[in-house]
Design a protein around this ligand. Sequence first.
Ligand code: COA
Length: 168
Amino acid sequence: MSEEQSGRRGVYAGTFDPITVGHLDIIERGLTVVDRLYVAVAAGTAKSAMFDVAKRTELVRSAISELSQEKQQRIEVASFDGLLVDYVRAVGARLVIRGLRAVSDYEYEAQMAHINRHLDGEIETVFLVTSKDCLFISSSIVKDIARNGGDISRLVTPTVAECLQANF
Ligand code: COA
C-alpha cells in the first residue's frame, strides 16, 4: 500500500538500550506528525549494548503497551540490521524522526541527517524537541543510576525498571 493510501509514515530508530520515558515522549509526539510510526530497534550498533536486540525490542513493545490503544494501533515495533535508509524505504516511509535534547545533541544528529540524505536524497529527517522533563535523560544515565541502586521509577516504565534491577 502506498503512503498516499495509508497516510504519512515515519521511522524513529535507536539503540534503545533500554527505552526510557524520554524515548516514549518522542514516540508520542512523533504520532502528531505521522499517521503511522515505525519504532526501529538497531541490531548492529557501534555501542556495546547491555541488552541484546531481542530484549531491547521486547522492552520497547512493553513500554508502548502502556500508551493508549489509539496510539498503539498506529505504532509498529521491529528490529533492523543494516542501513537505516534501507529500512525506511522497506516500510514505505520517507521521514526519519529524531529527538533533540540540547545543543550538544545537534552536531551528532545533523551529521546523521546529512549522511542519511547523502545515502538517499528522498529521505528527510524531522527533529522534535524533547519535553523539558526529559532533557537530562539518557539510557546510559538510567543504567548508571540503576547500577548504583538509585531510583529510576520516573525515568523508565516499571517493566524496564524490573529488568534493569534484575540485571544488577
Ligand atoms: N530522550 C532520552 N534519551 C534520548 C533521547 C530522548 N529524546 N534522544 C536520544 N536519547 C539518548 C539515548 O538514550 C542514547 O543514550 P546513550 O548514548 O546513553 O545510550 C543517545 O541519546 C542516543 O541514542 P539513540 O537515540 O538511541 O540513537 P542511537 O545513536 O543509539 O541510534 C541509530 C542511532 C541506530 C539510529 C543509527 O546509528 C543508525 O541509523 N544505525 C544504522 C546504521 C546506519 O544507517 N548508519 C548510517 C547512518 S548514521
